[in-house]
Structures are given as C-alpha cells and as structure tokens.
Design a protein around this ligand. Structure first.
Ligand SMILES: [Zn+2]
Length: 461
C-alpha cells in the first residue's frame, strides 16, 4: 500500500472529527443572518488548507460571500489543476423534519448526517485531505494544484463570474476538477459529459384596454387567453417536436458514440412511469427517454395566467394573458439565439386583434459539454475503474450547472466532474447525509487522480 494511503487510514478518525467540526458551522448563504457563519466557514477551510501544507492560502472578499484560494505549485513542467468546491449550504427548513439538529452532525450506520454533509462540505474536504496525505508522505505533488472554494454556490454564484474575470492569471490552469457533483450510485461510478443551458421567457398578450363583459362584448373582439393558447400551441406539435423556426438550428446532433453511451446506462421505463404516476411517456419522436432528458432541447410552458381565477365564474373577458416558458438548451444553442427565435415566432403567429411581447427572465445560462474522450475524462475513467472495479457510465444531466461554462469562458479550461456525493443523500432536504464509504473512496480517488493527471497534456484543452 502506498505511504499516502497508510497515512489516510491512520488519520481516519481525525478526518471524521474535522468534518464534524466543519459541519457545525451554519454557513447558509441565502440567509443574511448566516453571513458571518459563511465567513467563519471560509476561515475554517483556509486554516485547514494551511495545515495541509497548501500555500498562498487567502480568503478573498467578493462583494458577496467570500472565496478561498490556495495553491501548491512546485511540479515543474507538469500540468496545473484547479480544484473547485463550495462551503456554503442550503437552508435547513423544514427543521422539524430533521432527526437531529441540522448543524449538530451525527454519525450513524456508516453515514454522517448534517446540512452540507453531501452538498458540498464532505466532498470538498476530500481533495484537501488527499493533497495533505501526498505532501506529508512524499513532500511533493505529481501536478501543480490550485484550489478555489466558494461560499455562494447555493445562491447562484452571483459574484463568481467577476471574480474569475479579475483573477484570470491567479486561477489559470490546464483543467478544472469539480468536487461538487455526484456519482451514479454507491457501487457505480459515472462521468458527466454535459449539462443543459436555460433560457426563460415571459409572453404577455394584450387585447382590449380593460376587462370586458363576456356577454356584451364576447364574440366581437379577440380574447387574449385564446390568443395565448394559440401561440403556445403553435410552438410544439402534438408529438412534442418543437416548431419554433430556427430553434434547433445550432443543436449538435447526437452521434453514434453518444447514443451508445446513453443506451449503455440501464433505464427502467416502467419504474420511471410508476415513479412519476403517468401511464405513458411523451416526447420528441426518434429519441429514447434518456436521450430526450439528457441531450435534446426542450420548450416547456411552466406557468399560465389570466382572467378570473377564484371560485365560481365571473362573466369577464380578460384584457391580458401571460405565460412563462422555460427552454433547456443543448450544445451549441445560446439563450440569446433562442430568445430571438421565440420572439420572431410570436410576432409571426400572433392572431389579429391582440399584441404580444416576449421578455427574457433572469434565468439564462449556456449549456456545457465536455468530449467523452477528453484527456481529463480519460484520467477520471482510469481512476474510477480502479477504485470501483468497474467502468463508469457516461451520463449527462437535464439540469443546469453554470459554473462549468464560467470556467470554460473565463479560464478557457474544461471541467471534469469528480465528486463523491450521491443524489439519494437528501441534498437540499431534511436529514442530508454523506456516506463514509464515499468519503474514503473519494480520498483514495483524488490521490490517484492527481497521480494520473501528471501526464495530462499542458496548454488548455
Ligand atoms: Zn446544492
């Protein structure tokens, strides 16, 4: 056994005690009353990095919650890896559903229970401890390492793009490795190849100057609710195919390898339907359910309102009607092009007698993809296979993870997801926990990954 693995085994109890201490800090980034605790968590991380032998450790203020930076750069002619994670947490409510106080960690059944245990304090502590084990047993690291831990991930990282922009030199790297994310299952590793982008819009339809009596005026002027229904209906056909002209122009089609990788992930359609309580599934023809969820763009109406909403009926024809639309984007779509395509579509399909406008809502993000044969993924694959004893699945996510695109845009570096949480660990919910087995596996995997990355090609990939 390598000396660094023996070191980790000897320090096991100390590491668990430290994780408990870290989890006691209520660093909820969305609550103003917890702002000091977020700073306290940043300082805890900075101290722990320093005692691990990480250099140039610094807590940066950002105008919002702080960021912690540190580095160890003595591997001459070797690549530089930036490791990312976050030390802020979600709020704890509903608190009465917790079996123990959320910031009073409890170890039970090989799991550690506390808010932030899985998302992301447990997983982000792993690379610090792995680097310490390498440094204390070998004195050097196989690659140059930089760390960037933030305290505002759970509120959408508002100051991070600017921080990356103004610290491009400090953060420059060949590859980003994210300790935030999940594996597929306790006994099944995965490599994440893509996250969807998002473009959220509101459509406002206006007709007469005021609400009208539906008896006296009905049948003589266009009803904004009907006009809105017509517009919504024109955006997708009965099969679920998106009919907005130009919407899919930039979509990178799935190739044979993409489809093979998706098909290799077991998917139980019956169980999926039962879980969702639907009799049949629906979606764009020519694609499997996983392909639709992971790698095809979507256009979904997520809210519609107008007219009389209370009990009973009111004889009124509304003056206006509204809908919110959320589109999930895949490479190489952009929120801007999608919002323009939908605006053109609305102009073209608005029935006479009403006006319709489209406004962009706050939620806008580019999609992110990394090639499956990217050298960072090849390194992750080799390590995951060694640690789990099986090949990882190649998967994607229908959700959005804007940080990966921020790193690509500001640092010109791809992000490899290398995280050891699991999505059944009550993330964002009561009784969040982290498996101790994942903690140990992650420590071993991070040490091996840094060794594996020693041969990673330099110059941004
Ligand atoms: Zn989270």
């Amino acid at each position: 056994m390598s000396a660094w693995l023996t070191f980790l085994a000897q320090k096991r109890q100390q590491h668990l005690d430290e994780l408990c201490e870290f989890l006691q800090i209520p660093s909820v980034s969305s609550l103003p009353e917890c702002a000091e605790a977020v700073v306290e968590a940043a300082e805890w991380v900075a101290n722990r990095m320093q005692s691990a032998g990480i250099e140039e450790v610094c807590v940066f203020s950002t105008g919002g919650h702080p960021v912690v930076y540190g580095e160890h750069r003595h591997a001459t002619d070797c690549p530089t890896v930036l490791i990312y994670g976050h030390f802020d947490t979600q709020p704890v409510d509903p608190e009465d559903l917790w079996e123990q106080p959320p910031f009073d960690p409890l170890i039970k059944n090989q799991r550690i229970y506390a808010r932030g245990a899985s998302d992301n304090k447990g997983p982000m502590l792993i690379p610090i401890l792995a680097v310490e084990a390498l440094l204390k047993t070998q004195g050097t690291l196989p690659v140059n390492v930089k760390f960037l831990f933030e305290g505002q991930e759970e509120i959408g990282s508002p100051q991070i793009p600017e921080f990356l922009e103004t610290h491009q030199e400090l953060l420059s790297c060949d590859l980003v490795v994210s300790a935030d994310g999940v594996q597929w299952a306790a006994d099944q590793p995965a490599i994440y190849l893509g996250f969807k982008g998002i473009c959220a819009l509101q459509v406002d339809v206006r007709g007469p100057v005021t609400d009208l009596h539906s008896g006296i005026f009905g049948g003589t002027v266009q009803n904004p609710l009907h006009a809105l229904a017509h517009l919504i209906n024109s955006m997708r056909d009965a099969d679920g195919e998106i009919c907005v002209e130009g919407f899919s122009d930039d979509v990178q089609p799935l190739n044979d390898l993409d489809r093979q990788q998706i098909a290799a992930v077991p998917f139980d359609e019956e169980a999926y339907k039962n879980r969702l309580g639907v009799k049949t599934l629906f979606g764009e023809p020519g694609y499997t359910t996983l392909e639709r969820a992971w790698s095809r763009p979507t256009l979904e109406v997520v809210g519609v309102w107008g007219g009389f909403q209370d009990e009973g009926i009111k004889a009124v024809m509304p003056a206006e009607a509204h809908a919110k639309i959320s589109c999930r984007l895949v490479a190489n779509q952009t929120p801007q092009a999608i919002s323009e395509a939908i605006t053109r579509h609305v102009v073209r399909h608005t029935p006479p007698g009403v006006t319709a406008t489209v406004v962009s809502l706050d939620s806008q993000a580019l999609p992110y993809t990394i090639p499956s044969d990217h050298p960072g993924n090849q390194a992750a694959h080799a390590v995951l296979k060694k640690v789990y004893g099986k090949d990882p699945y190649y998967v994607r996510l229908g959700g959005t993870l804007p940080i990966c695109d921020m790193f690509l845009e500001k640092l010109s570096a791809h992000t490899v997801m290398f995280a050891f949480g699991l999505d059944d660990e009550c993330i964002h919910a009561p009784n969040e926990f982290f498996r101790l087995q994942s903690f140990e596996r992650g420590l071993q995997a991070y040490g091996l990954l840094l060794e594996e990355l020693a041969t990673y090609p330099q110059g941004n990939q």
